[in-house]
Ligand binder design. Structure first.
Ligand code: B12
Length: 268
């Protein structure tokens, strides 16, 4: 049985992303991934139904005897982020159909969303199979898409990533990792007893730290994200509008995600 350490998982994830990008011509999409580990029994994970939503799942719902959750972050390149930067005409009242002078996501951003989903699915499978080779089990959380009624998921990748020490929440709701917040999270549950990474305590969001910045809220043209809070229904409408333009699997926007002080690293 091969030795399976946190370091070996990090190397596997990094090599997989590089190789996948090379094989699919996706070199321009992703930077170096990050991997964090949460203990299935940690108080934060046990409390997810109270913290997030009552029907939030627990690791053992996907794998009996679960010991840990491997959470990973796939950061997008700055070049991809730049494509999605556009002038946003202030936060006016959006009409029911929204006017056409409101910006769409860039096509490159929409395509990268779908391509990253495909890559992460393959990466999850690879991790499960390597865990099996090492004598353990792995399970990919399933049926965790967005419920259109509540606009929430029963497996919050961000809260899992937070528990695995990968970042802190920004004003834009996104988790700010050491590679920034511009990127995507996935996770795999396992019975391999990886030691947990500590939850981060130092606030990374400049607005939350000292009331400065707030650039993400200024970029949100729909009024969904303001310094006073987040209206998920409004944001959802914008993503649906982009899906109508680019394809059903491309429900994106991401204007509050790109070219911010926290997009590609820890803001200073
Ligand atoms: C539903 C959903 C949406 C909905 C609702 C958004 C939302 N904020 O929840 C809609 C369709 C609007 C949406 C939009 C977007 N989404 Co979305 N979405 C999801 C999904 C499927 C579930 C999220 C969920 O259920 N949240 C539960 C609710 C309760 O959480 P919440 O509203 O975020 O509020 C919590 C946090 O803000 C947090 N929090 C805030 N401050 C603090 C402080 C502390 C100390 C703590 C502990 C917690 C905390 O606590 C709140 C309550 O639980 C996840 C994938 C998944 N399965 O996790 C992706 C996900 C959250 N989305 C993602 C992205 C990238 C986007 C978009 C940029 C679209 C795009 N790809 O172009 C926008 C950004 C919107 C925004 N600013 O929030 C990424 C986020 C990556 C990141 N860096 O954080 C995720 C994780 C997908 C992924 N696999 O990577 N999304």
């Amino acid at each position: 049985m091969e030795e399976f350490t946190k370091e070996s998982v990090r190397k596997l994830v990094s090599a997989f992303v590089r190789e996948y990008a090379g094989n699919h011509g996706d070199e321009a999409l992703w930077r170096e991934p990050l991997v964090g580990f949460a203990a299935a029994g940690s108080p934060y994970i046990r409390n997810l139904p109270e913290i997030v939503t009552p029907d939030h799942r627990l690791p053992e719902d996907f794998l009996p005897g679960a010991e840990a959750v491997i959470s990973y972050f796939i950061p997008f390149t700055e070049a991809l982020g730049h494509t999605n930067r556009s002038e946003c005409p202030g936060a006016g009242e959006p009409g029911p159909g929204q006017s056409d002078d409101e910006p769409y996501a860039s096509r490159a951003w929409a395509d990268a969303y779908a391509e990253t989903n495909r890559m992460m699915e393959a990466l999850d499978e690879m991790l499960v199979s390597r865990l099996r080779d090492a004598g353990y089990h792995g399970a990919v959380p399933h049926d965790i898409g967005l419920d259109p009624k509540t606009i929430m998921s029963p497996w919050s990748q961000r809260h899992i990533a937070y528990a695995a020490g990968l970042g802190t929440f920004g004003l834009n709701n996104l988790l700010i990792t050491e590679q920034g917040c511009c990127g995507r999270f996935h996770s795999v549950v396992t019975d391999a007893p990886f030691p947990e990474d500590p939850v981060l305590t130092e606030e990374r969001c400049l607005f939350r730290r000292n009331g400065s910045c707030g650039v993400c809220a200024k970029r949100c043209f729909s009024g969904a994200l303001t310094t006073a809070g987040f209206d998920r229904k409004r944001c959802y409408k914008v993503t649906v509008r982009n899906a109508a333009r680019y394809g059903a699997d491309k429900d994106v926007c991401g204007k509050c995600n790109v070219d911010l002080p926290c997009s590609y690293g820890i803001p200073r």
